[in-house]
Design a protein around this ligand. Sequence first.
Ligand SMILES: [Zn+2]
Ligand SMILES: [Zn+2]
Length: 344
Amino acid sequence: MKAVVKYGKGKGLVEIREVPEPKMKEDEVLIEVKAVSVCGSDLHIYHDAHPYWPPVILGHEFSGVIIDVGKEVGGWKVGDRVVTETRTGACGVCYTCQSGFPQACEQKRAYGIGTNGAYAKYVAGPARLLHRLPDTISFEAGAVIEPIAICVTSILERSQLQAGESVLITGPGPIGLISLAIARAAGARMIGVTGRSSDEGIRFEKARELGADFTINVDQGDPVKMILEMTNGLGVDILIETSGGGRAIYQTFEMVRRLGRICAIGISGKEEIPIPYDRGIFKALRYDFCFSSSWTAWEKAIGLIGKGLLPAEKLITHQLPLEKWEEAFRLLENLQAAKVILIP
Ligand SMILES: [Zn+2]
Ligand SMILES: [Zn+2]
């Protein structure tokens, strides 16, 4: 089969290759990939700025249909529509796993990163990581459930966004837009999104379509001043940081209210980021660092999308055949897209 492979350590070193079809183990299923979504992490791996274990087939955000079932697998059959969590390799026995967070296990070797992923026709993987994809959700929308589950874990489970709260999202990229859709579904009273002049095209437009009350172009106005004006000097209840930008991270301390929460999802790509530490102490802020997704968040994400409460389809701006993966990467890199779907 054809697959997009990161074949070595270093920048680039990605190409379409002819590879053998995957073989499943007895506790695994074989999935025919119907749609795979391009993630910012895939770009980071391409640029050698994210952990990965080559050679590896890229792609961890996907949906598909089971075409074969291992001997030890119960509860799943050929023809089932599925999505899967990405925590392949998590050991199940360490302190992190046993305390209910296997997605943060040190041994994890996620699909598309340390285990062959879904930029291909077929993927084999553990049945215990599957979630059922209802008929009401398209395969394309199914392919964006993984980043949605990450945002549900971060925003609803960890930072505990409540109905009636005010929210500011820094960064209108895919994770920022997903965060916006979740905040909307959770009943936030006011949602703003910050971005730059380069986001004025498709990304701010998407933010407004998804229900942002306002957008702030930080190249044209001071976001701290604007947020304080809008909240009578208080600041927002919860700030969702998705940009990973040093300046945006510094400013979160000023834009969130006293005793507010900062929900950090964006990776900075840097060793260190300066922060106004004492300001955080005196305001008694909560800074929630977030990573990966929980089992419960997957179920919630599927429920929200299936019931029409979270418009996953609207996050998708482009759909291309797998062979055009480079074009997909370029669209994202040039900020010309929200979610891009590849069809193997
Ligand atoms: Zn991802
Ligand atoms: Zn573990």
